[in-house]
Structure formats: C-alpha cells, structure tokens
Design a protein around this ligand. Sequence first.
Ligand SMILES: CC(C)(COP(=O)(O)OP(=O)(O)OC[C@H]1O[C@@H](n2cnc3c(N)ncnc32)[C@H](O)[C@@H]1O)[C@@H](O)C(=O)NCCC(=O)NCCS
Ligand SMILES: Nc1ncnc2c1ncn2[C@@H]1O[C@H](COP(=O)(O)OP(=O)(O)OP(=O)(O)O)[C@@H](O)[C@H]1O
Length: 205
Amino acid sequence: MAIKIGITGGIGSGKSVVSRLLEIMGIPVYISDMEAKRITHTDEVIRRGLCDLVGSDVFQDGELNRPLLASYMFGHPDHVKEVNSIIHPQVKEDFRQWVIRRGSEPLVGMESAILIEAGFRSEVDFLIMVYAPLEVRVERAIKRDCSSRELVMKRIESQMSDETKRNHADYVIVNDDETPLIPQVLELISLLSKNNHYLCPAKNN
Ligand SMILES: CC(C)(COP(=O)(O)OP(=O)(O)OC[C@H]1O[C@@H](n2cnc3c(N)ncnc32)[C@H](O)[C@@H]1O)[C@@H](O)C(=O)NCCC(=O)NCCS
Ligand SMILES: Nc1ncnc2c1ncn2[C@@H]1O[C@H](COP(=O)(O)OP(=O)(O)OP(=O)(O)O)[C@@H](O)[C@H]1O
C-alpha cells in the first residue's frame, strides 16, 4: 500500500504549487477541490442534497452554479457545515478507491485546503502544511481569482486557523516568496522515500 501524504494549507498558501512539484517528481496527487467538483457534477445523491438545501437554482443547465453556492456557504458557518456534510463523505470514499487503483505507487498525495476539517486526516499517513503569511495568501488569492479582499477573507474565516493546522501537521513547508521551495519538497520526498530506491547501483558489489 502506498504511503499517503496529505497536503494542506489555507487558500493561497501554495498547495497547488507543491502538489504540482510532487507530480512532476512522479508522485500522483489527488486534488480534492477538483475531484469534489467532478463528484458534485455526477453524483445524484449530492445533486439532490444541494437542491434540497440551497434550492434548485444551485444547478443551471445541469452545471453547478458556483457563485451561488459560494455565497450561500462562505460567511455562514452553519451552511459550510451542511454543504460539507453532503459532499465530503463521497469525496472520502472516492479517494479510497483512487488509492486502491494506485496500489503499486510508493507514495501518493491528497491535497485539500480543509483536509483536517473535512475529516480526511486519518486517510493519510503524514500531513504536510504549506504555510505562507496571511497577507501573502490574501494578495495571491486576489490576484489569482480576480477576487476581492472581502471574498477571500470570508473563505479564510471559514477555514481552520494556521496555528491549529500546524498542531495537526507532521512537517511544514514555508512558501513565503522568500524561503526556497524546491529544496523543501526534495527533502520531504527523500525523507518519506528512504526505503524506496530509484537509483540503480553502477556495480553489483
Ligand atoms: C463553493 C464552491 C462552489 C466555490 O467554487 P469556486 O470556483 O469559487 O472556488 P474553488 O472551488 O476554486 O475553491 C477555491 C478555494 O476555496 C476554498 N474552499 C472551497 N471549498 C471550501 C469549503 N468547503 N470550506 C472552506 N474553504 C473552501 C479552498 O481554499 C479552495 O481551494 C466550491 O469551492 C465547492 O464546491 N466547494 C465545496 C467542495 C469542497 O469542500 N471542496 C474542498 C475540498 S474537498
Ligand atoms: N512560491 C511561489 N512563487 C510565486 N507564486 C506563487 C508561489 N506559490 C504560490 N504562488 C501563486 O500564488 C497563487 C496561489 O497558489 P496556489 O494556487 O498554489 O494556492 P493554494 O494553496 O492551492 O490555494 P487554494 O486553497 O485556493 O486552492 C497561485 O497563483 C500561484 O501561482
């Protein structure tokens, strides 16, 4: 069974960048946001649950009305819990199947901003927190999503604090635009794969 690495961190911390580096180095990563989108689109139980909760407008022409769901959720902690309880159990099950299909891989990853809140901590063997100072995260998310400070702050407020995340994590990767990122990722891989050997010895002695 593959060693499972969880990659978490708040919005704009750089989880996707770290996951991309891991993938480039041959480690498959389950991107929970992306998979949650796919499952929400295809799973009849989730579609019905969201329509009952938010109203039938939450799907338009069969597509998830993302701005509507985002405005229903963020800023309303009870709504976040309700929506999460519809989507996350299906994501957890999907991840388990995904891992089984990658049984021959030595290492796999799961990336999620809300890995701990979603109850996925016990699904992974090691948890990496990607850290960046709040202001850096806010600026990155505004720029990336062409969003406003207010909307980004609402998402941050619906996520666990960095201090609490850090207490659950085994290692922290600092992605503050100053500390070099790639050496940290390389060190992480070498630490977790110390029993895996990729290089062939030149001589059989
Ligand atoms: C609410 C939705 C429609 C907003 O879509 P939108 O395209 O605007 O944002 P996107 O999906 O790219 O998310 C951007 C960031 O928002 C934050 N975020 C997303 N969902 C959540 C959540 N349930 N709780 C807290 N933060 C969240 C994350 O930092 C995420 O990376 C979408 O995020 C969604 O369907 N969320 C529920 C699924 C989910 O919980 N995904 C997270 C991992 S399983
Ligand atoms: N070290 C870095 N140098 C330059 N740009 C970076 C760096 N890390 C992240 N970024 C940029 O910051 C933005 C946010 O990063 P990223 O998308 O990886 O965050 P995230 O943690 O996955 O956020 P979310 O929770 O929203 O998915 C992206 O546009 C990314 O290209």
